[in-house]
Design a protein around this ligand. Sequence first.
Ligand code: 5GP
Ligand code: ZN
Length: 113
Amino acid sequence: MKNCIFCKIVEKKLPANIIFEDDYFLAFHDIKPAAPVHLLLIPKKHIESINHTDKNDEIWLGKMLLLIPKIAFDNGCKPGIDGGFRIINNCGAAVGQEVLHLHFHILGGFVGS
Ligand code: 5GP
Ligand code: ZN
């Protein structure tokens, strides 16, 4: 999608600190981290938000969710009962979605976790 920052990162036209990539997904560090660990996981295909998905998307959406713990724990979030991470998905400009390409924020590394 033209003029989409995250599509440009997928196409390697914009630099990013990429920490995971396969045929369908990309994960990289947020440029303005809001936590000691702040990662973004996106589908490579441009989809605006969860509001733009339907039943046909259930397989890749499930795969995307299942990737989150691996990406979190491989990149600084602490596993175990005293660790964990937060997932945030802003869905719609009116509620704070700035980049209109579906993404999950993965936040962790908070003091004591
Ligand atoms: P949203 O508000 O859409 O849920 O979150 C968008 C996130 O993308 C923000 O946390 C913002 O810091 C991050 N972001 C915006 N532009 C870039 C960029 O060019 N590179 C990276 N790595 N992150 C970005
Ligand atoms: Zn895009």
